[in-house]
Design a protein around this ligand. Sequence first.
Ligand SMILES: Cc1ncc(COP(=O)(O)O)c(C=O)c1O
Length: 431
Amino acid sequence: MSGSAVFHRDFGADYPLIVSAQGSYLYADDGTEYLDGSSGAVAANLGHGVTEIADAMREQALRVGFAHTLRFETAALHDAAARIQGLAPEGFTRVFFASGGSEANESAFKLARQYHLSRGESSRHLVVGMWDNYHGNTLGALAVGGDASRRQHYAPMLPRTLRLPSWRDSADAMAPVAALEKLVRSEGAENISALILEPLVGSQLGAFEPEHEALRKIAEICRTHGIVLIADEVMTGFGRCGTNFAVERSGIVPDLITFGKGVTGGYAPLSGVIVSEPIVQAVRDSGGVFHHGYTYSGHPVAVAAAAAALQFYAERDVLENVALRGAELRAGLEILAVRYPNAITEVRGAGLLLALELSPALTARGGANALNRAAMARGLVLYPGASTRADSRGDTTVVPHLLVAPPLTVTPAEIAEMLSRLDGALRAHTD
Ligand SMILES: Cc1ncc(COP(=O)(O)O)c(C=O)c1O
Protein backbone atom coordinates (compact mmCIF):
# COMPACT_ATOMS: atom_id res chain seq x y z
CA MET A 1 0.00 0.00 0.00
CA SER A 2 1.63 3.31 -1.01
CA GLY A 3 2.17 5.94 1.69
CA SER A 4 2.09 3.21 4.36
CA ALA A 5 3.64 3.67 7.81
CA VAL A 6 4.39 -0.06 8.05
CA PHE A 7 8.05 -1.10 8.31
CA HIS A 8 7.66 -4.07 5.98
CA ARG A 9 9.83 -7.18 6.16
CA ASP A 10 10.79 -6.58 2.55
CA PHE A 11 10.31 -3.12 1.11
CA GLY A 12 10.73 -4.54 -2.39
CA ALA A 13 7.84 -6.98 -2.08
CA ASP A 14 4.23 -6.55 -3.11
CA TYR A 15 1.87 -7.65 -0.36
CA PRO A 16 -1.70 -8.44 -1.40
CA LEU A 17 -4.17 -6.79 1.02
CA ILE A 18 -6.12 -9.62 2.65
CA VAL A 19 -9.63 -8.54 3.58
CA SER A 20 -11.25 -11.82 4.60
CA ALA A 21 -10.56 -15.52 5.04
CA GLN A 22 -12.66 -18.64 5.33
CA GLY A 23 -11.69 -22.30 5.65
CA SER A 24 -8.45 -22.82 3.72
CA TYR A 25 -8.92 -19.66 1.61
CA LEU A 26 -7.68 -16.06 1.96
CA TYR A 27 -9.31 -13.27 -0.09
CA ALA A 28 -7.56 -10.07 -1.26
CA ASP A 29 -9.17 -6.66 -1.82
CA ASP A 30 -8.80 -7.04 -5.60
CA GLY A 31 -10.90 -10.21 -5.50
CA THR A 32 -7.96 -12.64 -5.80
CA GLU A 33 -8.48 -15.88 -3.89
CA TYR A 34 -5.51 -17.67 -2.29
CA LEU A 35 -5.59 -21.29 -1.21
CA ASP A 36 -3.57 -21.39 2.01
CA GLY A 37 -1.33 -24.37 1.28
CA SER A 38 1.05 -23.57 4.15
CA SER A 39 -1.40 -22.49 6.91
CA GLY A 40 0.40 -19.14 6.85
CA ALA A 41 3.68 -20.04 8.53
CA VAL A 42 2.32 -23.48 9.48
CA ALA A 43 0.25 -21.81 12.20
CA ALA A 44 -3.33 -21.41 10.94
CA ASN A 45 -3.90 -25.10 11.61
CA LEU A 46 -7.69 -24.95 11.91
CA GLY A 47 -8.37 -22.82 8.88
CA HIS A 48 -9.97 -19.40 8.91
CA GLY A 49 -13.27 -18.16 10.30
CA VAL A 50 -13.72 -20.64 13.17
CA THR A 51 -16.58 -19.04 15.09
CA GLU A 52 -16.01 -21.02 18.30
CA ILE A 53 -12.48 -19.61 18.70
CA ALA A 54 -13.49 -16.06 17.74
CA ASP A 55 -16.41 -16.18 20.21
CA ALA A 56 -14.20 -17.47 23.04
CA MET A 57 -11.70 -14.65 22.41
CA ARG A 58 -14.40 -11.98 22.36
CA GLU A 59 -16.01 -13.31 25.50
CA GLN A 60 -12.68 -13.44 27.33
CA ALA A 61 -11.68 -9.93 26.17
CA LEU A 62 -14.95 -8.56 27.56
CA ARG A 63 -14.68 -10.50 30.83
CA VAL A 64 -10.96 -9.97 31.60
CA GLY A 65 -8.84 -8.44 28.83
CA PHE A 66 -5.59 -8.55 30.79
CA ALA A 67 -4.47 -9.93 34.14
CA HIS A 68 -0.74 -9.95 34.83
CA THR A 69 0.38 -13.53 35.56
CA LEU A 70 2.97 -12.20 38.04
CA ARG A 71 0.04 -11.27 40.30
CA PHE A 72 -3.09 -13.07 39.10
CA GLU A 73 -4.45 -16.10 37.35
CA THR A 74 -7.56 -16.72 35.24
CA ALA A 75 -9.79 -19.71 34.62
CA ALA A 76 -8.76 -19.70 30.95
CA LEU A 77 -5.10 -20.05 31.98
CA HIS A 78 -5.88 -23.24 33.91
CA ASP A 79 -8.14 -24.54 31.16
CA ALA A 80 -5.51 -24.10 28.42
CA ALA A 81 -2.69 -25.53 30.58
CA ALA A 82 -4.76 -28.60 31.51
CA ARG A 83 -5.66 -29.28 27.87
CA ILE A 84 -2.04 -28.93 26.69
CA GLN A 85 -0.70 -31.06 29.55
CA GLY A 86 -3.37 -33.66 28.76
CA LEU A 87 -2.01 -34.06 25.23
CA ALA A 88 1.66 -34.27 26.27
CA PRO A 89 3.47 -37.56 26.88
CA GLU A 90 3.37 -39.05 30.37
CA GLY A 91 5.47 -37.31 33.01
CA PHE A 92 4.89 -33.75 31.76
CA THR A 93 2.99 -31.96 34.47
CA ARG A 94 3.13 -28.18 34.00
CA VAL A 95 2.95 -25.59 31.22
CA PHE A 96 4.81 -22.27 31.16
CA PHE A 97 3.36 -19.73 28.71
CA ALA A 98 5.00 -17.22 26.38
CA SER A 99 3.79 -15.68 23.11
CA GLY A 100 5.99 -16.73 20.14
CA GLY A 101 8.02 -19.85 19.39
CA SER A 102 11.33 -18.01 19.83
CA GLU A 103 10.26 -16.88 23.31
CA ALA A 104 9.25 -20.44 24.16
CA ASN A 105 12.73 -21.71 23.28
CA GLU A 106 14.45 -18.89 25.19
CA SER A 107 12.31 -19.87 28.19
CA ALA A 108 13.37 -23.51 27.82
CA PHE A 109 17.09 -22.56 27.74
CA LYS A 110 16.65 -20.61 30.97
CA LEU A 111 14.58 -23.30 32.62
CA ALA A 112 17.27 -25.89 31.84
CA ARG A 113 19.91 -23.62 33.36
CA GLN A 114 17.81 -23.00 36.46
CA TYR A 115 17.25 -26.74 36.84
CA HIS A 116 21.01 -27.31 36.94
CA LEU A 117 21.56 -24.42 39.35
CA SER A 118 18.95 -25.83 41.68
CA ARG A 119 20.90 -29.11 41.73
CA GLY A 120 24.20 -27.37 42.42
CA GLU A 121 25.56 -27.93 38.90
CA SER A 122 26.35 -24.29 38.26
CA SER A 123 28.94 -24.85 35.53
CA ARG A 124 26.29 -26.18 33.11
CA HIS A 125 25.46 -23.34 30.73
CA LEU A 126 26.16 -24.32 27.11
CA VAL A 127 23.31 -25.18 24.75
CA VAL A 128 23.81 -27.63 21.90
CA GLY A 129 21.83 -27.19 18.67
CA MET A 130 21.98 -28.61 15.17
CA TRP A 131 22.84 -26.96 11.91
CA ASP A 132 19.70 -26.95 9.82
CA ASN A 133 17.28 -26.80 12.74
CA TYR A 134 15.41 -23.53 13.30
CA HIS A 135 14.44 -22.33 16.76
CA GLY A 136 13.54 -18.67 16.25
CA ASN A 137 14.87 -15.22 15.55
CA THR A 138 15.64 -13.82 19.01
CA LEU A 139 19.39 -13.77 19.64
CA GLY A 140 19.54 -16.85 21.89
CA ALA A 141 17.34 -18.96 19.64
CA LEU A 142 19.13 -17.74 16.53
CA ALA A 143 22.49 -18.57 18.12
CA VAL A 144 21.56 -22.18 18.65
CA GLY A 145 19.73 -22.64 15.34
CA GLY A 146 21.34 -23.15 11.99
CA ASP A 147 19.72 -20.84 9.46
CA ALA A 148 22.78 -19.32 7.80
CA SER A 149 20.86 -16.58 5.98
CA ARG A 150 19.08 -15.38 9.13
CA ARG A 151 22.30 -15.57 11.18
CA GLN A 152 24.77 -13.90 8.83
CA HIS A 153 24.06 -10.24 9.69
CA TYR A 154 23.98 -10.82 13.42
CA ALA A 155 26.76 -13.40 13.83
CA PRO A 156 28.99 -11.16 16.01
CA MET A 157 26.09 -10.61 18.43
CA LEU A 158 25.25 -14.26 19.00
CA PRO A 159 26.25 -16.02 22.24
CA ARG A 160 28.48 -19.08 21.98
CA THR A 161 26.63 -22.34 21.45
CA LEU A 162 27.70 -25.83 20.42
CA ARG A 163 26.61 -27.30 17.14
CA LEU A 164 26.00 -30.72 15.67
CA PRO A 165 26.30 -31.21 11.90
CA SER A 166 23.19 -31.19 9.73
CA TRP A 167 21.35 -34.49 9.29
CA ARG A 168 21.88 -34.06 5.56
CA ASP A 169 25.64 -33.34 5.52
CA SER A 170 26.60 -36.97 5.63
CA ALA A 171 25.21 -40.16 4.14
CA ASP A 172 25.70 -41.61 7.62
CA ALA A 173 22.45 -41.00 9.53
CA MET A 174 24.36 -41.50 12.79
CA ALA A 175 26.98 -38.78 12.12
CA PRO A 176 25.34 -36.21 14.46
CA VAL A 177 25.27 -38.88 17.20
CA ALA A 178 29.02 -39.41 16.91
CA ALA A 179 29.51 -35.63 16.84
CA LEU A 180 27.56 -35.28 20.09
CA GLU A 181 29.68 -37.93 21.81
CA LYS A 182 32.81 -36.08 20.70
CA LEU A 183 31.42 -32.74 21.87
CA VAL A 184 30.58 -34.11 25.30
CA ARG A 185 34.18 -35.32 25.61
CA SER A 186 35.76 -32.08 24.36
CA GLU A 187 33.55 -29.57 26.19
CA GLY A 188 32.84 -31.67 29.28
CA ALA A 189 29.31 -32.75 30.20
CA GLU A 190 29.61 -30.63 33.33
CA ASN A 191 29.51 -27.51 31.11
CA ILE A 192 26.59 -28.53 28.91
CA SER A 193 23.12 -27.50 30.01
CA ALA A 194 20.75 -28.51 27.22
CA LEU A 195 20.38 -29.88 23.72
CA ILE A 196 17.57 -28.67 21.48
CA LEU A 197 16.32 -30.34 18.31
CA GLU A 198 13.30 -30.52 16.05
CA PRO A 199 12.07 -34.14 16.04
CA LEU A 200 10.96 -33.56 12.45
CA VAL A 201 12.81 -30.64 10.89
CA GLY A 202 10.29 -28.18 9.43
CA SER A 203 11.28 -25.04 7.59
CA GLN A 204 15.06 -25.50 7.45
CA LEU A 205 15.26 -28.92 5.85
CA GLY A 206 11.73 -29.18 4.47
CA ALA A 207 9.85 -31.76 6.59
CA PHE A 208 12.88 -33.98 7.06
CA GLU A 209 12.59 -36.66 9.71
CA PRO A 210 15.86 -37.99 11.16
CA GLU A 211 16.27 -41.74 11.63
CA HIS A 212 14.41 -42.67 14.80
CA GLU A 213 17.40 -44.68 15.96
CA ALA A 214 19.60 -41.58 15.74
CA LEU A 215 17.09 -39.54 17.74
CA ARG A 216 16.90 -42.26 20.37
CA LYS A 217 20.71 -42.40 20.62
CA ILE A 218 20.89 -38.63 21.08
CA ALA A 219 18.22 -38.81 23.79
CA GLU A 220 20.20 -41.59 25.50
CA ILE A 221 23.44 -39.57 25.47
CA CYS A 222 21.60 -36.60 26.97
CA ARG A 223 20.11 -38.81 29.70
CA THR A 224 23.49 -40.41 30.50
CA HIS A 225 25.25 -37.06 30.80
CA GLY A 226 22.53 -35.09 32.58
CA ILE A 227 21.89 -32.82 29.58
CA VAL A 228 18.33 -31.44 29.41
CA LEU A 229 16.74 -32.53 26.12
CA ILE A 230 14.42 -29.92 24.58
CA ALA A 231 12.11 -31.03 21.77
CA ASP A 232 11.14 -28.00 19.69
CA GLU A 233 7.57 -28.80 18.63
CA VAL A 234 6.68 -25.23 17.71
CA MET A 235 5.86 -26.35 14.17
CA THR A 236 5.14 -30.04 14.68
CA GLY A 237 2.91 -29.92 17.79
CA PHE A 238 -0.86 -30.40 18.01
CA GLY A 239 -1.39 -32.98 15.30
CA ARG A 240 0.56 -31.46 12.42
CA CYS A 241 2.50 -34.70 11.84
CA GLY A 242 -0.40 -37.03 12.63
CA THR A 243 0.28 -37.42 16.38
CA ASN A 244 -0.25 -34.86 19.14
CA PHE A 245 3.52 -34.34 19.29
CA ALA A 246 6.15 -35.54 16.83
CA VAL A 247 8.28 -37.12 19.61
CA GLU A 248 5.64 -39.86 19.74
CA ARG A 249 6.89 -41.04 16.34
CA SER A 250 10.37 -42.04 17.55
CA GLY A 251 9.35 -42.58 21.16
CA ILE A 252 12.06 -40.27 22.54
CA VAL A 253 11.24 -38.74 25.90
CA PRO A 254 12.53 -35.16 26.17
CA ASP A 255 12.65 -33.16 29.41
CA LEU A 256 11.02 -30.07 27.93
CA ILE A 257 8.70 -29.63 24.93
CA THR A 258 8.30 -26.21 23.39
CA PHE A 259 5.17 -25.32 21.43
CA GLY A 260 3.61 -22.34 19.67
CA LYS A 261 1.91 -21.71 16.32
CA GLY A 262 -0.93 -24.28 16.09
CA VAL A 263 -1.87 -24.21 19.78
CA THR A 264 -4.39 -21.44 19.04
CA GLY A 265 -4.83 -22.37 15.37
CA GLY A 266 -3.04 -19.09 14.71
CA TYR A 267 -5.88 -16.99 16.18
CA ALA A 268 -3.68 -15.49 18.91
CA PRO A 269 0.05 -15.43 19.63
CA LEU A 270 0.65 -18.09 22.27
CA SER A 271 3.56 -20.43 22.92
CA GLY A 272 5.17 -22.13 25.85
CA VAL A 273 7.14 -24.92 27.44
CA ILE A 274 5.64 -28.19 28.68
CA VAL A 275 7.74 -29.18 31.67
CA SER A 276 8.50 -32.67 32.98
CA GLU A 277 7.99 -33.31 36.69
CA PRO A 278 11.67 -33.56 37.77
CA ILE A 279 12.29 -30.05 36.43
CA VAL A 280 9.10 -28.73 38.05
CA GLN A 281 10.23 -30.28 41.35
CA ALA A 282 13.76 -28.88 41.10
CA VAL A 283 12.44 -25.33 40.66
CA ARG A 284 9.94 -25.82 43.49
CA ASP A 285 12.58 -27.21 45.83
CA SER A 286 15.01 -24.38 45.20
CA GLY A 287 12.83 -21.43 46.16
CA GLY A 288 9.97 -22.02 43.77
CA VAL A 289 10.63 -19.00 41.55
CA PHE A 290 11.36 -19.23 37.82
CA HIS A 291 13.47 -16.14 37.18
CA HIS A 292 11.94 -15.38 33.84
CA GLY A 293 8.66 -14.27 32.29
CA TYR A 294 7.01 -11.92 29.82
CA THR A 295 4.28 -9.28 30.08
CA TYR A 296 2.08 -11.40 27.84
CA SER A 297 2.85 -14.81 29.44
CA GLY A 298 -0.55 -16.47 29.74
CA HIS A 299 -2.45 -13.52 28.23
CA PRO A 300 -6.16 -14.21 28.96
CA VAL A 301 -7.36 -13.80 25.37
CA ALA A 302 -4.53 -15.94 23.99
CA VAL A 303 -5.11 -18.79 26.46
CA ALA A 304 -8.87 -18.57 25.86
CA ALA A 305 -8.14 -18.94 22.14
CA ALA A 306 -5.97 -21.99 22.92
CA ALA A 307 -8.64 -23.62 25.09
CA ALA A 308 -11.26 -23.13 22.35
CA ALA A 309 -8.87 -24.30 19.62
CA LEU A 310 -7.90 -27.44 21.57
CA GLN A 311 -11.57 -28.23 22.14
CA PHE A 312 -12.14 -27.85 18.40
CA TYR A 313 -9.19 -30.19 17.62
CA ALA A 314 -10.73 -32.86 19.86
CA GLU A 315 -14.40 -32.42 18.87
CA ARG A 316 -13.72 -32.43 15.12
CA ASP A 317 -11.28 -35.34 15.33
CA VAL A 318 -8.65 -33.34 13.53
CA LEU A 319 -6.06 -36.14 13.88
CA GLU A 320 -8.29 -38.40 11.78
CA ASN A 321 -8.50 -35.72 9.08
CA VAL A 322 -4.70 -35.35 9.14
CA ALA A 323 -4.32 -39.08 8.48
CA LEU A 324 -6.84 -39.14 5.61
CA ARG A 325 -5.97 -35.84 3.92
CA GLY A 326 -2.25 -36.33 4.54
CA ALA A 327 -2.35 -39.61 2.60
CA GLU A 328 -4.32 -37.99 -0.27
CA LEU A 329 -1.98 -35.02 -0.46
CA ARG A 330 1.12 -37.19 -0.36
CA ALA A 331 -0.22 -39.45 -3.12
CA GLY A 332 -0.95 -36.37 -5.26
CA LEU A 333 2.52 -34.96 -4.66
CA GLU A 334 4.08 -38.31 -5.63
CA ILE A 335 2.21 -38.12 -8.94
CA LEU A 336 3.60 -34.62 -9.51
CA ALA A 337 7.10 -35.92 -8.68
CA VAL A 338 6.73 -38.51 -11.46
CA ARG A 339 5.35 -35.86 -13.83
CA TYR A 340 8.17 -33.36 -13.12
CA PRO A 341 11.26 -35.49 -12.44
CA ASN A 342 13.60 -32.64 -13.34
CA ALA A 343 12.07 -30.38 -10.69
CA ILE A 344 11.05 -32.66 -7.81
CA THR A 345 13.67 -34.99 -6.37
CA GLU A 346 11.79 -36.21 -3.29
CA VAL A 347 8.43 -36.07 -1.51
CA ARG A 348 8.70 -36.41 2.27
CA GLY A 349 7.28 -35.51 5.66
CA ALA A 350 4.53 -36.82 7.90
CA GLY A 351 0.83 -36.11 8.36
CA LEU A 352 0.14 -32.69 6.86
CA LEU A 353 3.72 -31.43 7.16
CA LEU A 354 4.91 -32.48 3.73
CA ALA A 355 7.58 -31.11 1.42
CA LEU A 356 8.90 -31.33 -2.08
CA GLU A 357 12.66 -31.38 -2.29
CA LEU A 358 13.56 -29.60 -5.51
CA SER A 359 16.43 -30.09 -7.89
CA PRO A 360 19.48 -27.90 -7.09
CA ALA A 361 19.33 -26.97 -10.80
CA LEU A 362 16.24 -24.85 -9.99
CA THR A 363 18.42 -22.54 -7.87
CA ALA A 364 19.58 -20.80 -11.03
CA ARG A 365 15.91 -20.11 -11.81
CA GLY A 366 15.14 -18.51 -8.45
CA GLY A 367 14.79 -21.73 -6.43
CA ALA A 368 11.75 -22.42 -4.30
CA ASN A 369 10.87 -18.71 -4.02
CA ALA A 370 10.33 -18.47 -7.77
CA LEU A 371 8.21 -21.61 -7.79
CA ASN A 372 6.17 -20.24 -4.90
CA ARG A 373 5.63 -17.01 -6.86
CA ALA A 374 4.39 -19.08 -9.80
CA ALA A 375 2.01 -20.86 -7.40
CA MET A 376 0.82 -17.55 -5.91
CA ALA A 377 0.09 -16.28 -9.40
CA ARG A 378 -2.29 -19.28 -9.61
CA GLY A 379 -3.82 -18.60 -6.20
CA LEU A 380 -1.82 -21.07 -4.10
CA VAL A 381 0.43 -20.14 -1.18
CA LEU A 382 3.21 -22.54 -0.14
CA TYR A 383 6.27 -22.18 2.12
CA PRO A 384 9.60 -21.99 0.22
CA GLY A 385 13.00 -22.71 1.75
CA ALA A 386 16.47 -24.04 1.04
CA SER A 387 19.29 -25.80 2.82
CA THR A 388 22.97 -26.02 2.07
CA ARG A 389 24.46 -29.46 1.76
CA ALA A 390 28.19 -30.07 2.15
CA ASP A 391 29.90 -33.05 0.53
CA SER A 392 32.94 -34.88 1.88
CA ARG A 393 35.28 -32.43 0.11
CA GLY A 394 33.52 -29.50 1.81
CA ASP A 395 31.87 -28.27 -1.41
CA THR A 396 28.34 -27.02 -0.84
CA THR A 397 25.16 -27.21 -2.89
CA VAL A 398 21.99 -25.22 -2.27
CA VAL A 399 18.99 -27.55 -2.20
CA PRO A 400 15.62 -25.76 -2.46
CA HIS A 401 12.41 -27.17 -1.01
CA LEU A 402 8.76 -26.26 -0.75
CA LEU A 403 6.74 -27.04 2.37
CA VAL A 404 3.18 -28.12 1.68
CA ALA A 405 1.23 -27.85 4.93
CA PRO A 406 -2.42 -26.83 4.57
CA PRO A 407 -4.74 -26.38 7.57
CA LEU A 408 -5.39 -29.68 9.37
CA THR A 409 -9.08 -29.18 8.57
CA VAL A 410 -8.44 -29.16 4.80
CA THR A 411 -11.12 -30.87 2.70
CA PRO A 412 -10.67 -33.41 -0.15
CA ALA A 413 -11.87 -30.75 -2.63
CA GLU A 414 -9.28 -28.27 -1.36
CA ILE A 415 -6.51 -30.90 -1.65
CA ALA A 416 -7.53 -31.58 -5.26
CA GLU A 417 -7.55 -27.84 -6.00
CA MET A 418 -4.12 -27.37 -4.39
CA LEU A 419 -2.62 -30.17 -6.46
CA SER A 420 -4.12 -28.78 -9.65
CA ARG A 421 -2.77 -25.26 -8.97
CA LEU A 422 0.65 -26.68 -8.04
CA ASP A 423 0.65 -28.70 -11.25
CA GLY A 424 0.03 -25.47 -13.18
CA ALA A 425 2.86 -23.69 -11.36
CA LEU A 426 5.31 -26.55 -11.98
CA ARG A 427 4.35 -26.72 -15.65
CA ALA A 428 4.88 -22.99 -16.11
CA HIS A 429 8.06 -22.84 -14.05
CA THR A 430 9.83 -25.85 -15.51
CA ASP A 431 8.98 -25.22 -19.18
C1 LIG B 1 10.57 -25.27 14.89
C2 LIG B 1 10.40 -23.80 15.15
N1 LIG B 1 10.84 -23.28 16.31
C3 LIG B 1 10.71 -21.98 16.59
C4 LIG B 1 10.14 -21.11 15.69
C5 LIG B 1 10.04 -19.64 16.01
O1 LIG B 1 8.73 -19.30 16.26
P1 LIG B 1 8.26 -17.77 16.20
O2 LIG B 1 8.45 -17.32 14.81
O3 LIG B 1 6.81 -17.84 16.63
O4 LIG B 1 9.09 -17.03 17.19
C6 LIG B 1 9.67 -21.60 14.46
C7 LIG B 1 9.08 -20.70 13.47
O5 LIG B 1 8.91 -20.99 12.33
C8 LIG B 1 9.82 -22.98 14.19
O6 LIG B 1 9.40 -23.51 13.02
